[in-house]
Design a protein around this ligand. Structure first.
Ligand code: GLA
Length: 349
């Protein structure tokens, strides 16, 4: 008999560096954080449905079983789509969701660039599998499954960064992800009494409604103009010949990939000043070449620098969301800053 009541947790993530590279077969260096989404699932005998409660929002929903294995016309926006998407995509993978009552609770701010949506879909899938007495798909397959929930059910063309970070997170470590493969390698995040903190800019955004999908299209066009499958293989001299804005978009992707490995190397030699410089350079590139910053974010970046940050940059999909700052010992981050530390990845509790 499967256990009658299970609890799954999936963390949000902070991407130290390597932004807008994931859907370009590139490199990223995220870590899972302590905050995340918890889903409790209790097996029900009947009726044959999933009864879902979003406790933070005071909302509920019912999903008849067997779940639709394909996104339906109404499947756009909001937490309810994630429940339907998780049930539907699991069914497609051969896991038959069982009747249950779900309680969803989270402490990752939504729309703040800390990946609340990947945390939600992963926690839902782990809980739905456990309460049905089924093994969840292995981590990489689960990351792909959850990214189909975002892409096909929510209309957000996100890459795999958030899901892999949440699933492969480890205490004290970031993960270097090479999206070609993908290959995931832990990287010690020894901050020597420095502090990483995020500051919410207050400008919230939904990825589907922002310019995110447009950036993806621009990258596809840039790769096609260069006769390549992805920008990972682009050469700087060929990129320099592209028309604008494709030239700047591709230049960001190439330079950001280089910064990821430069950051891994700097961490390896304990050179946190260099990590800070790389964060600043990443932000400049995201602002000037990739054009994903907004005035609220610029104000927060300036605030972090005034507070003594060695580096500060916009994190996540952009067009709002949070800023990540690296503060040396003794510096006082802005009052709204929340310290972030690498924490373990998604799991049953
Ligand atoms: C969002 C997406 C990720 C990634 C980042 C930008 O978080 O979900 O797939 O593209 O933006 O690096």
């Amino acid at each position: 008999m499967p256990p009658p009541r299970v609890r799954a947790f999936a963390p949000g993530r902070v991407n130290l560096i390597g932004e807008h590279t994931d859907y370009n077969d590139g490199l990223c260096l995220p870590f899972a954080i302590e905050r995340g989404v918890t889903v409790t699932a209790e097996r029900l005998r009947e009726p044959n449905e999933i009864e879902a409660h979003a406790l933070d929002l005071g909302e509920q929903d019912r999903v008849p079983l067997p779940a639709d294995a394909r996104p339906t016309a109404h499947a756009r926006g909001g937490w309810r789509v994630f429940v339907r998407g998780a049930a539907g995509e699991l069914r497609r993978e051969g896991v038959e969701p069982a009747p249950c009552r779900l309680e969803i609770r989270g402490d990752v701010p939504r729309g703040a660039g800390l990946s609340s949506s990947a945390a939600l879909s992963i926690a839902l899938c782990l809980a739905l599998c456990a309460v049905a007495g089924a093994e969840p798909p292995e981590r990489l397959a689960l990351a792909h499954l959850c990214s189909r929930i975002e892409n096909d059910w929510c209309g957000q063309e996100t890459g795999l960064l958030d899901q892999l970070a949440s699933l492969y997170g480890e205490a004290g470590r970031a993960v270097r992800i090479d999206m070609r493969g993908p290959g995931v390698r832990p990287v010690e995040l020894d901050l020597e009494r420095h502090v990483l903190a995020t500051v919410d800019s207050g400008a919230s955004r939904s990825l589907a409604g922002s310019g995110y999908n447009e950036r993806r299209r621009e990258c596809r066009r840039a790769a096609a103009e260069l006769g390549l499958e992805s920008l990972r293989d682009a050469r700087p001299d060929a990129v320099a010949e592209l028309p604008e804005p494709l030239r700047r978009r591709a230049r960001h992707v190439l330079s950001e990939n280089e910064r990821v490995d430069a950051a891994v190397a700097a961490l390896g030699r304990g050179d946190l000043g260099e990590v800070g410089r790389l964060l600043d350079a990443s932000h400049e590139s995201l602002r000037d070449d990739y054009s994903v910053s907004v005035p609220e974010v610029e104000r927060v970046v300036a605030e972090c620098k005034e507070a003594g940050a060695l580096g500060a940059r916009i994190v996540g999909g952009g067009f709002g969301g949070s800023v990540l700052g690296l503060f040396p010992p003794g510096a006082k981050p802005p009052p709204r800053a929340v310290r972030v530390e690498p924490a373990p990845g998604a799991r049953l509790l």
